[in-house]
Write a protein of this length. Structure first.
Length: 99
């Protein structure tokens, strides 16, 4: 019975590390270049965004899922964000100031 417990614990640890690695891979680091609260958009200069299929650094305009996110940052802030691609373009779904 003990080998089963060890195997289960090892599997759970491996699964947890894999999920954590995937979550970190989805996070994109960037800098706020412009905020357009009226349009619900933010311009971000960022490094590669593997989760979006972007292998090169670039500056892009993103829609924001929640306009309240725009009040938490200012031009020049470094941020970590997550985004999704939609028919209407790219949308920031989560954003926080980088530490």
């Amino acid at each position: 019975m003990k080998p089963i417990i060890r195997l289960t614990a090892a599997f759970a640890l491996t699964l947890g590390l894999t999920v954590n690695a995937l979550a970190q891979a989805a996070s994109i680091n960037g800098q706020v270049k412009k905020i357009d609260e009226g349009a619900g958009k933010i311009t971000l200069k960022h490094g590669p965004a593997k989760s979006l299929g972007m292998d090169e650094p670039m500056t892009m305009v993103y829609r924001v899922k929640d306009p309240a996110m725009l009040k938490q940052v200012k031009v020049g802030d470094m941020v970590a964000f997550e985004a999704q691609e939609a028919a209407s373009g790219y949308t920031v779904t989560k954003m926080e100031k980088a530490k």
